[in-house]
Design a protein around this ligand. Structure first.
Ligand code: GLY
Ligand code: MN
Ligand code: MN
Length: 431
């Protein structure tokens, strides 16, 4: 891991909060992520299961967390099982946690090797009434391949069919959407690294550079500052490519007179930043580019005011839609009369702004949270309006990450240049 170690107090607190939500006489089991095959004998870079990390801080494959606060044997109230280290693993794969290290990271006293899991579980499971197991309940997730949790559930249910099985995910959804101070600090760190990458790019971009050279600048800055890498596939979309919402070929030459849209963010200690900016490749906005840009910026500023505790998702999106509609009319893209006759289920603005304005952010880029709960203090949400005009080869999106506090909100990306004058000044001062 490149990041600086996180205090175990955070994970101790997460587990405490989780215990408070359990029924009595309940046992919960969490698995680390699978190691996914890439090709031949290669694996994809390991990415820890977000819930497992949230409760343990353990960033290693083949690990299991067992929680049983009412366990009659005090040794097994809270147990972590780890892959056994041996010399062979050390030679081929390098460093793995010792028990002592895992104890220091997670704050869990009782650490065993994974080979002991079946026996230990068998010795205590019949003293539990309820068993909480986890699955990926992120409502944007489409299950296409089986994963560790699903295989584990099948196995456990066949061995112990008469226990009451419950879902851990609804508890995790509530807990993870309210960020602790320490989580906010980690997201802020990811935002700070992302800022430096963006400023680096502002100084680098000029007509003739390629999208992939810009991508290389970004990852250089990320890794240099201990980020794990990109939080998601970066979008470096010049000219008309900006109209492809998930463009990430990043293989074109940046042309004089075009804009370029970036959507990238650093992942630091498993926490993510999610930034979008759009800049003129030659360092000078045309009048049209500036007008569209300022329209998006205005929508963003207005939307941010609504990112406060109590706001209801649907109402928020409706309000943002109204503000966007009036901007699109002012830009000559929508006609007032057409808007009056629009189908409320498919408002006219969606032709130019076809995605949502916000999503939760944290251990996942589209973080695990309820779409139906009003915004709450401790939520971190993106704010990302955009206007995409295919016929003009122009797409502009701006995106910042916002923390809701009891007194309003804090823009965790407030220090990242966004005004037209700031962008032009930085781009031109470095030429
Ligand atoms: N970067 C992904 C998103 O903005 O939602
Ligand atoms: Mn986003
Ligand atoms: Mn984004």
């Amino acid at each position: 891991m490149k990041y600086i170690r996180i205090s175990p107090d955070d994970f101790i607190k997460s587990r405490k909060n989780f215990f408070l939500r359990l029924k009595s006489c309940a046992l919960a089991i969490f698995n680390s992520s699978d190691e996914y095959p890439r090709s031949g004998d290669q694996l994809f870079t390991f990415k820890q299961n977000a819930d497992f990390f949230y409760l343990t801080g353990i960033d290693q494959e083949q690990s299991i967390l067992l929680l049983f606060p009412d366990c009659p044997n005090p040794l097994y109230k809270e147990v972590l099982f780890l892959r056994q280290i041996d010399e062979d693993i050390a030679v081929w794969e390098g460093h793995k946690y010792t028990k002592e290290e895992a104890r220091n990271i997670s704050g869990i006293k009782n650490i065993y090797w994974i080979d002991d899991f079946d026996n230990i579980l068998n010795s205590i499971i019949n003293y539990a009434e309820y068993i909480y197991l986890n699955t990926n309940e992120n409502d944007r997730y489409q299950q296409t391949v089986p994963y560790k949790d699903l295989r584990f559930i099948k196995e456990l249910r066949s061995k112990y069919p008469l226990h009451h099985y419950l879902r851990a995910a609804p508890i995790m959804r509530d807990l993870r959407s309210i960020k602790s101070d320490s989580e906010v600090n980690l997201i802020q760190k990811a935002c700070d690294i992302t800022k430096d990458a963006f400023v680096r790019v502002l100084k680098f971009v000029k007509p003739g550079v390629t999208e992939y050279e810009i991508e290389a600048e970004v990852i250089h800055e990320f890794i240099r500052q201990r980020a794990t890498g990109h939080a998601y596939n970066p979008i470096i979309a010049s000219g008309g490519n900006a109209n492809i919402l998930h463009y990430n070929d990043n293989n074109q030459v940046c042309k004089d007179g075009d804009m370029i849209l970036f959507d990238f963010g650093a992942e630091y200690a498993n926490y993510n930043a999610d930034l979008s900016r759009s800049i003129p490749i030659n360092g000078q906005f045309t009048k049209r580019q500036r007008d569209v840009y300022n329209a998006v910026l205005h929508v963003m500023k207005e939307a941010k005011k609504m990112i406060i505790a109590g706001t209801i998702w649907n109402e928020y999106h409706e309000e943002v839609g109204k503000i966007m509609t009036s901007e699109l009319i002012a830009l000559g893209l929508l006609d007032k009369h057409d808007v009056e006759k629009q189908n409320p289920a498919m408002p006219a603005y969606k032709k130019y702004f076809m995605h949502g304005t916000s999503h939760h952010l944290g251990l996942d880029v589209h973080d695990f949270a309820s779409r139906y709960k009003p915004f709450e203090t401790g939520n971190v949400l993106t704010c990302e309006p955009g206007i995409y005009i295919k016929e003009e080869g122009l797409g502009i999106r701006l995106e910042n990450d916002i923390l809701i506090t009891k007194d309003g909100n804090i823009d965790l990306m407030a220090h990242i240049p966004i005004e037209v004058s700031e962008i032009e000044e930085i781009m031109n001062s470095s030429r």
